[in-house]
Design a protein around this ligand. Structure first.
Ligand code: PLP
Length: 413
């Protein structure tokens, strides 16, 4: 590749597919092209391969192979999980007694028209919930604390007799905060409510056990863990009454029709295998780099604050707000130095609005606008971290020198 060496620190947005993953996928585009549903042997081989991949992925979660459903990524898995529960467990009964409101007697899941989620979910969850509100469901978007952690008493108070689903992400994609998933799952199950978690950021980075954490539905995506884009999966606990998401053929146990994306499935499975094999060592290395990056910035750049919990966070996430700085301007300057990062606000239709996650933490708008997210991968190095810190110091200084607000602030002291 020509040009400046790239320092890639945006692994929460996407990751490069590992060469070993590409290598594992390649034969399935050419020689091994058979449709897993056909009868001849090249197809039978592919059917066996898909089963093998399903088993390998199930093992990483302590799940059964027939509880893994391949999807076209994390957004589809989130959509499916939430819409399917609403479809299967909807009832309009005006029931005020929880004990009376159990339709699925064997599994004791309630019916109704109320969903609980949080204000800091990914848009794949939030916009699905907004759609369901338009369809007549009630949604409670609970607040989180100043570090982005779900407060269990707030969650408990939000539960209604007709609550059918609690959806809380495993770890947040912007601030890296890891939620108390086990406690949330316990609370859901004590109340006979189905529990979904968007684990797209957490899966492959930290250990997950669907039984221990009382998870009924879990979304994951290939391209966030060095696998290919456009492939992911939804874990669906065996006892759930979940209907078809895509109608058609009998693939994915009749619940998601369409010829299997065999190369994608093979790539996803290989990426998962590698992510779990390297998890401990990679996590240790990333935590070391993460903490070095956080410590240096907080001690060397004035008026900077860390967003998200200091320790209950993903090994690779750094999110820092710099007062009197525009995050978008920082991104452009960093890009010119060959550094890829992400800001805490998004330019939508001409106006910049601060991220809903940072707003939910209680950050004032001007501080949220000065936020920078750096998400690391195991190919990053300490040298890169130190280089990035030097660049940030330089750019924050330059941007503040041009800021009238900063001039006012300094003048007033
Ligand atoms: C990236 C992401 C998604 C969407 O996954 P895609 O595979 O890109 O559709 C959903 N949730 C979270 C938390 C994510 O980070």
């Amino acid at each position: 590749m020509a040009g400046k060496p790239l320092i890639y620190m945006d692994h929460a947005a996407t990751t490069a597919t590992r060469p070993e993953v590409v290598e594992a996928m390649l034969p399935y585009f050419t020689n091994e092209f058979g449709n897993p549903s056909s009868v001849y042997s090249i197809s039978q081989k592919n059917r066996a391969k898909v089963t093998q991949c399903r088993e390998a992925i199930a093992k990483t979660l302590n799940a059964e192979a027939n509880e893994i459903y391949f999807t076209a990524g994390g957004s589809e898995a989130d959509n499916w999980a939430i819409k399917a529960v609403c479809d299967a467990y909807y009832s309009d009964n005006n029931i005020h007694d929880i004990e009376e409101n159990i339709s699925d007697v064997k599994n004791k899941y309630r019916t109704g028209r109320h969903i609980i989620t949080t204000r800091i979910e990914h848009h794949a969850v939030l916009h699905t919930c907004e759609y369901l509100e338009r369809m007549g469901f009630d949604v409670t978007y609970i607040d989180v604390d100043e570090n982005g952690i779900v407060k269990l008493d707030v969650l408990r108070k939000a539960i209604r007799p007709d609550t059918i689903l609690i959806s809380v992400m495993f770890a947040n994609n912007e601030i890296g905060t890891v939620e108390p998933i086990k406690e949330i799952g316990e609370l859901a199950h004590e109340n006979n409510i189905i529990f979904h978690t968007d684990a797209v950021q957490a899966y492959g980075q930290i250990p997950i056990d669907v039984d221990e954490y009382h998870i009924d539905l879990l979304s994951a995506s290939g391209h966030k863990l060095n696998g290919p884009k456009g492939i992911g999966f939804l874990y669906i606990r065996n006892n759930l009454k979940i209907g078809s998401f895509i109608h058609g053929g009998a693939q994915e146990r009749g619940r998601r029709a369409g010829t299997e994306n065999v190369p994608g499935i093979v790539g996803l499975s290989k990426a998962c295998e590698m992510a779990f094999d390297t998890m401990k060592e990679r996590g240790r290395k990333e935590i070391m780099m993460r903490d070095h990056l956080i410590d240096r910035i907080l001690s060397e750049v004035p008026y900077a604050r860390l967003n998200g919990h200091r320790t209950k966070r993903l090994p690779n996430n750094v999110n820092i707000s710099f007062q009197f700085v525009e995050g978008e301007s920082m991104l452009i300057m960093l890009d010119m130095a060959g550094i890829c990062a992400s800001a805490g606000s998004a330019c939508t239709s001409g106006s910049t609005s601060p991220s809903h996650v940072l707003t939910a933490l209680g950050l004032p708008e001007d501080i949220a606008h000065g936020s920078l997210r750096m998400t690391l991968g195991d190919e990053n190095t300490m040298e890169e971290i130190d280089y990035v810190v030097e660049k940030i110091k330089e750019y924050v200084g330059r941007l503040r020198a041009m800021s009238p607000q900063y001039e006012d602030f300094v003048g007033r002291r």
